[in-house]
Design a protein around this ligand. Structure first.
Ligand code: UN1
Length: 504
């Protein structure tokens, strides 16, 4: 058994369905968790059966009915305990993320920190679920709005952030008074089991009910049932645009709510006044970090022709120094891709870039096994390649030259996705041009900061094929609640709105 599992008291065979107690039906298939750095199995997690799913949903509805009655600041106390528990296990959980997902340890621990941050945020938010008061047009009337829990919130997460994305949803959902049911990616089942164990133990010790439930699906049939389930008031889905589109349609057909965080195709614009001491590390982190498997990863570098040679040379040098290998080893900067299909997608994209006449300035190759390792890859590209419109979840950066900023912004926006974007410039006018309503069309637009690594305090998400959802900070909490407009007549007459007189 791997030492990381032992530190978290995990066995090599885990029951996967948590409905307030672990449930394990021996007839359900096992999901094998694979170490992407070696291709070897780490452990097996039991998927749920239909019966277990139904029992879990019945439990979710029952717990939600009790949880909505708990005052919101008290709900915040539950999340304070969850945040403390995550703090205490930060390094161990971070190591598990590295082991199972393949991101380097600093990023694995960083992801758990992101979960701790959103827990802290949620604790404060629990006392700030503010509604507005309005002035009624009628005398002796009071009008206001209040926010109530939705009930059961469903969260489907991707492999690339197996901890943080659930935490963004679950912590906010919890203080809003909901029970959260989690269906994770079958590629990272152990992270879910470990998170459930740590968070549930904290809730239980604090005398709180099981507000975080979870199940695993070996295929897609339970996930489909989940998305179509009318008991799930809000479906929060993170994953590909193709799957997100289907999720949105199924949820819309039953007039449920969906919150989508789908693909990104993020560009960094560099102008000729940019501080290259900022550009190089920001682009390196954005394009090579997490082996290019963030939805916020930098995929396109739009660089002013006057500085393009220098930027390319500095980046190519930095790329050559990237240590690719075991994500748990201290010097590694880039771990493996998640699996073999991801390597194939990388190879296809590099071959297509070569076929277009692109110049590979660094990398381009798959590394010999075991494990799913590729080289961080920098390609000189042209803005009109159709390849640039696609999101390949791999460390490939396309560098494109421009001479006119308006054109660079137009190229940046000329992709289906609209998640994150950035400009590097020392010119305030160009920065503002980029941020204006005619500038970046993305949900995130940064100046002298890369495209990835957003803080939890802002609303996170994007436009167009990214799905339009906003999670984490700011007022994202409102999506996890229903709004009620209330008018109270404290007088002794019944004036009608709009001055209508009806009858005598
Ligand atoms: C994702 O890739 O799905 O901004 C989330 C970032 C992280 C979250 C990424 N805070 O890169």
């Amino acid at each position: 058994m791997h030492a990381v599992l032992a530190r978290l008291d995990l066995d090599t065979q885990q029951p996967g369905t948590w409905l307030g107690a672990w449930s394990e039906d021996p007839d359900a298939p096992l999901i094998t968790s694979i170490n992407p750095a070696t291709g070897e199995p780490i452990a097996e997690v039991r998927a749920a059966t239909v019966e277990e799913y139904e029992a879990l949903m019945a439990r979710a509805v029952e717990v939600a009915d009790a949880w909505r009655r708990v005052p919101a600041p008290r709900r915040g106390e539950a999340i304070r305990l969850v945040g403390e528990a995550l703090r205490a296990r930060r390094e161990d959980l971070g190591a598990l993320v590295s082991l199972e997902m393949g991101k380097i340890l600093a990023e694995g621990v960083g992801e758990v920190q992101e979960a701790i941050d959103i827990a802290d945020f949620a604790v404060g938010q629990a006392r700030m679920l503010y509604g507005k008061t309005m002035h009624s047009e009628r005398p002796e009337h009071r009008m206001y709005e209040q926010w109530h829990p939705l009930g059961v919130v469903g969260v489907l997460t991707a492999f690339n952030f197996p901890v943080a994305v659930w935490a963004w949803n679950a912590c906010i959902s919890a203080i809003c008074g909901n029970v959260t049911v989690w269906k994770p990616s079958p590629k990272t089942p152990l992270c879910t089991v470990a998170m459930q164990r740590v968070c549930n133990a904290a809730l239980e010790a604090g005398g709180f009910p099981p507000i975080f439930l979870s199940f695993h699906d070996a295929g897609t049939s339970l996930a489909k049932r989940f998305v179509a389930d009318r008991r799930v008031a809000l479906v929060s889905f993170t994953g590909s645009t193709a799957v997100g589109r289907r999720v949105a349609q199924v949820v819309a057909a039953r007039l449920g709510r969906s919150l989508l965080e789908l693909g990104g195709n993020n560009a960094v614009i560099v102008d000729d006044s940019a501080d290259l001491e900022l550009v190089v590390p920001a682009v390196l982190f954005g394009a090579v970090g997490t082996a290019g498997q963030r939805c916020t990863s930098t995929r396109r570098l739009l660089v002013h022709a006057a500085v393009a040679d220098e930027v390319e040379a500095r980046l190519a040098k930095a790329y050559r120094q990237v240590c690719v290998g075991d994500p748990l080893a201290p010097n590694t900067l880039m771990g493996p891709l998640i699996d073999e299909p991801a390597v194939v997608a990388f190879e296809r994209a590099v071959a297509a870039a070569r076929a277009e006449g692109g110049k590979v300035l660094s990398g381009g190759a798959t590394l010999p096994g075991p494990g799913h390792f590729v080289q961080p890859t920098l390609v000189r590209a042209w803005h009109d390649w159709s390849l640039l419109r696609e999101e390949t979840f791999a460390p490939i950066l396309y560098a494109v030259r421009w001479e006119d900023l308006d054109e660079a912004i137009a190229w940046q926006n000329a992709v289906p996705q609209g998640l994150s974007s950035a400009i590097f410039t020392a010119d305030v006018r160009r920065a503002e041009r980029f941020l204006a309503s005619t500038g970046s069309d993305c949900g995130i637009a940064n100046v002298n900061i890369g495209t990835s690594g957003a803080e939890i305090g802002g609303a996170f998400g994007g436009e167009k094929d990214t799905g339009g959802g906003r999670e984490a900070g700011s007022d994202a909490w409102k999506q996890y609640m229903r709004r009620q407009t209330t008018t109270i007549n404290w007088g002794q007459t019944l004036p009608l709105a709009q001055g209508i007189r009806f009858g005598s």
